[in-house]
Design a protein around this ligand. Structure first.
Ligand SMILES: Nc1ncnc2c1ncn2[C@@H]1O[C@H](COP(=O)(O)OP(=O)(O)OP(=O)(O)O)[C@@H](O)[C@H]1O
Length: 260
């Protein structure tokens, strides 16, 4: 089942950012989009999530152009967490996460069904926010709030999950917990996870695949072991690094960085 971009061009007003980009996103794996600030990572992610309509080409999901899906049909297939989502005033953790179940609710329904409640509870336990379910989201720390938003996206139970910098505001242990959870979700439940991530050590450890972007185009794309190399990092970021092996995870790791 195909998910990807076919010959897309994307502009903001008259400024063209992505010229002619095609990419297939592997299903059931975790893919990280990397690149310098302004290289077009968020633009690509938003286009994959239908938040931006390309000027040319299209995004295809299961042999159907994204534009042909109704909002509800798309929400069952694809969930997106933007960079800084704005939280509705006074909403509790439970109520915010419940919004993730909207594709499964009938218009006439005023209360959560047992099935929705169970799905929400399960995912809230997994992300460790069940104990804070009655708190107001506005009163949480940045890290807790980010975990609640990730929980909402997981509660949507879509096959594809797109996240823009999901580890922002999280300390190292919570960064690792969230990325481990996403990886397990991808593996066990055959979810397709795509995230934009700046921290290269986390990318090397947690992503199965990497898409490396430069100036609105993809310059490298493939398995992490093949893409996370000194030459690709040099090409994409212009820095000289030495790459070794993480003995705990058996993944590539940056062991030295030359001064810039
Ligand atoms: N809403 C917008 N209107 C106009 N230009 C935009 C808009 N959003 C992004 N851009 C421009 O498009 C280019 C790509 O931005 P994008 O946010 O996709 O890059 P990015 O790789 O995600 O960057 P970062 O790592 O800083 O988040 C940048 O030059 C940016 O200034």
């Amino acid at each position: 089942m195909y998910f990807g971009a076919k010959n897309i061009a994307v502009s903001y007003g008259k400024t063209n950012i992505i010229k002619n980009l095609s990419v297939e996103i592997p299903r059931g794996l975790t893919t990280a989009i990397i690149g310098k600030n302004g290289s077009g990572k968020t633009t690509l992610l938003k286009t994959l999530g239908r938040l931006i309509t390309p000027d040319q080409g299209h995004i295809e999901l299961d042999e159907v152009p994204l534009s042909a899906y109704s909002n509800i049909a798309l929400a069952k297939k694809l969930a997106m967490l933007p960079q800084s989502p704005s939280t509705p005033d006074n909403i509790t953790v439970m109520d915010l996460v419940s919004l993730g179940r909207f594709p499964y609710q009938k218009l006439t329904m005023t209360r959560l069904s047992k099935q929705d409640y169970d799905a929400i509870r399960r995912v809230m336990m997994e992300t460790n926010v069940w104990d804070i379910r009655t708190k107001k989201v506005a009163d949480l720390s940045g890290g807790q709030r980010q975990r609640v938003w990730i929980t909402l996206v997981l509660a949507q139970d879509s096959e594809i999950i797109l996240l823009d910098e999901p580890t922002t505001y999280l300390d190292i242990i919570h960064q690792m917990e969230v990325l481990t959870l996403l990886k397990i979700f991808a593996k066990k439940m055959k979810k397709t996870v795509v995230y934009v991530l700046h921290d290269l050590s986390l990318v090397a450890r947690f992503a199965d695949q990497i898409i490396a972007m430069k100036d609105g185009d993809i310059v490298a794309n493939g398995l992490t072991d093949d893409i996370f190399t000194e030459s690709v990092i040099k090409d994409v970021f212009g820095i000289t690094v030495e790459i070794g092996r993480d003995s705990y995870a058996d993944t590539p790791i940056i062991v030295g960085v030359k001064n810039v």
